[in-house]
Design a protein around this ligand. Sequence first.
Ligand SMILES: [Zn+2]
Length: 344
Amino acid sequence: MITIGTEGSDKIEQLLKGIEDFTSAGERCFLCGKSLLSGDYTQEHIIPRWAQRRYNLWDQQIVLVNRTSIPYRNLTVPCCDECNKYRLKPIEDSISQTVDLGKRAVEALGQMTIFLWLGKLLYGLLYKELTLLLNRADPTAGTIITAELIERYRTHRFFLQQARKVVECVDFCPGSVYVFSMQKMPQPVLEWDFCDNIDTMFVGCRAGRTAFFASLGDGGAEQSMAPHFAGIADLHLHPIQFREICAMVCYRSTLQTRSPKYVTIENQPHKAHQLPLGGLWLKPYFEEWEMDIYAKYLAFYLGVGVEHLRLPSGEVKTWLYGGNWNPRFIDFATYPEIPRNIIG
Ligand SMILES: [Zn+2]
């Protein structure tokens, strides 16, 4: 990211230094980077407390990159009171008050609020992962943190400073974000699901009557594919369809051919501008979609063998579309078991 400061001023450098310093990460606010040794702070739940309460998720486990699993209730990051109460809580409140109403109510919050909420979820996980990996006694064992991942992490954290009103994205959203409606589920615990891919900054999350999908670091490139979802935009999704869209958006996020570039001009707030994604390069934004590889993503997200998903025509099985590519409504009341009983 290129930053342009005014003469004699180093405010933007200070901001970047504060949020990029990863020494003693456990003693700094995960959002603003402030030292927490003296002030008031809390342990912020990465999977928000309201969702854990409402959907009964305290004992749900998440598997981290280092292959340890951790229950949601223990998945926390340090957060200063200022960020927690005044910066993040309004975003959480907006989301918690609308997800049970569905797509329209959530979309009315605006794309940036949705981006910040999903961005905070994914970033909280990434922060936790990086802290665990960096603190490990033997850093040579297991997962490697690539320079690319660190750079993406820094850029993403910079954009999350919008929650603190110290950064403003001028006329762009740093990621692609989609919202769908979910069907009503018979039990609260069925009304939540979460999938992510930290390497490509994909996140899929459903809560109540709303499903979210995002590729958070693509500069909106995937959103240019939005007409792709136009036919199914009003479908009330079955949980298996949520997983199918996760596979689509996540696989697409691995096909990006370029990283977005930004210029930030120091101001109050600092103004970030995105350079045109195309640039001078004629290559398409995405590598070609390969059905064989997509089938593997779908198999992963559905928890079934890939051999169940290939059709004789070479296509991959879909639950989103019926004959003539018409949107397909699958009633959870009729098909509650997923996914095996409706394969084939
Ligand atoms: Zn803070």
